[in-house]
Write a protein that binds this ligand. Structure first.
Ligand SMILES: NC(=O)c1ccc[n+]([C@@H]2O[C@H](COP(=O)([O-])OP(=O)(O)OC[C@H]3O[C@@H](n4cnc5c(N)ncnc54)[C@H](O)[C@@H]3O)[C@@H](O)[C@H]2O)c1
Length: 371
């Protein structure tokens, strides 16, 4: 049986779930005549100790992992990136420049911390099979919305709210820029709006948790999609409640309107779609609420249900091994759409960005916003 050598970078919050999702597919892979060899890298001794219960071998850094994999005639074919954002670029570069055996890259979002780094990597990634974990795309609410929407409705506006309290979270962070990829990715990928341009807004910069460097942690912004649909986006890492919501507004020629209120992670693995239809005089014609169940999350493999990280891994593996799965390419984000997303989020910190950034000397949760 041919070996499938997978190098998983990071056994943190995302990496350990991804690793376990890969392992849960071992028997599926065996049916496809591939013998899984999972190698894990993490610089934390404690995390490596945990990873040792699952992986074939573990290393504290990628250079030692690569050397050992080469020495045993098992160089990596798939690299899964789950390090913190700032580590993506140097580690990708170190691996891709020296390891021609790599055929596929499955990466946590964003691909790199900055657009310049991403541009530097594209020539190396161009020939590879690349998927980016814009995890929200795996929500079943999108399929339900397709079934609910009358065919003659046209989009008129998006309102996006993406907020949570990260002030006590000590994981390294590049700030709100890493989170806005989700709502803007939904608008760009799932509503097929392509590029999105920042028109203006206000942002706040400060430190998130003790010892962390200053980042933009809150923005209130206006955007326009390539298809001329306006987008309002409010995002914060200093909000007392978690809110992950994209509201799509529609209208038809007769003046009827529809509102699709997509709410993500309402409970642990639950998403909602509240779909409302109004007559031209404003009278509500109908309202339906769909609540997702774990078994509604498609993973590309039977027997893997219930979480979107598994869905990302399942679809990525299956579409890499099958190579022709269009649906998977759409859901996992290929290199081209990850490039569009990187360009979209980068606008927040472009030198002449139409976004005014105010410095906040000390970040405190505003109690007035609680409730
Ligand atoms: N798709 C999503 O919804 C989603 C959600 C959370 C995080 N993420 C992304 O996932 C990635 C990982 O985030 P996380 O929350 O799992 O972080 P984490 O801090 O929990 O895990 C990162 C792990 O990488 C290890 N590490 C970091 N740099 C290393 C290096 N150079 N060499 C070896 N080990 C190293 C750390 O020890 C840690 O265990 C980030 O890019 C983040 O933006 C995506």
């Amino acid at each position: 049986m041919k070996k499938l050598n997978v190098l998983l970078l990071g056994w943190g919050k995302m990496g350990n779930v991804e690793g376990k999702a890969i392992l849960s597919l071992r028997s599926e892979l065996e049916r496809a005549k591939r013998d899984l060899n999972l190698v894990v890298v993490d610089r934390s001794e404690e995390r490596l100790d945990d990873a040792r219960h699952f992986a074939n071998s573990c290393f504290p850094d990628h250079t030692h992992a690569l050397a050992a994999m080469r020495a045993t005639g098992a160089p990596p074919e798939i690299v899964v990136m789950a390090l913190n954002d700032v580590d993506h670029f140097p580690v990708f570069k170190g691996i891709l420049e020296t390891t021609p055996s790599v055929k596929a890259v499955f990466s946590e979002k964003p691909l790199t911390a900055t657009q310049a780094e991403a541009e530097n990597l594209y020539p190396l990634l161009h020939e590879k099979f690349v998927t980016l974990n814009t995890i929200i795309n795996f929500s079943p609410v999108f399929d339900v919305l397709q079934q609910s929407l009358p065919h003659n409705m046209a989009l008129t506006r998006f309102d996006c709210f993406w907020r949570k309290d990260r002030t006590k979270d000590t994981r390294p962070s590049t700030g709100i820029i890493t989170d806005i990829i989700h709502p803007l990715g939904v608008v760009s990928d799932m509503f097929k709006q392509g590029a999105i341009t920042l028109l203006g807004g206000l942002g706040f910069q400060g430190y998130l948790s003790d010892g962390a460097k200053d980042v933009v942690y809150e923005i209130d912004t206006h955007w326009m999609t390539a298809k001329n649909i306006p987008v309002i986006l409010q995002a914060s890492y200093a909000y007392p409640k978690q809110q992950r919501e994209v509201i799509a507004h529609y209208k038809n020629a007769a003046g009827e309107t529809c509102i699709a209120d997509l709410q993500f992670d309402v409970a642990r693995t639950t998403d909602h779609l509240v779909f409302s239809h109004y007559a031209s005089n404003g009278k509500q014609l109908s309202q339906t609420t769909y609540t997702s169940k774990p078994e509604d999350v498609q993973t590309g493999y039977a027997g893997m249900i219930g979480d979107r990280v598994s869905a990302f891994i399942g679809w990525s593996l299956r579409s890499y091994l099958d190579r022709e799965d269009q649906l998977a390419a759409h859901k996992t984000s290929n290199l081209e759409s990850s490039r569009i997303l990187q360009n979209i989020i980068e606008q927040i910190r472009k030198p002449n960005a139409p976004l005014i950034i105010r410095q906040s000397p000390a970040l405190t949760l505003l109690t007035s916003r609680q409730g």
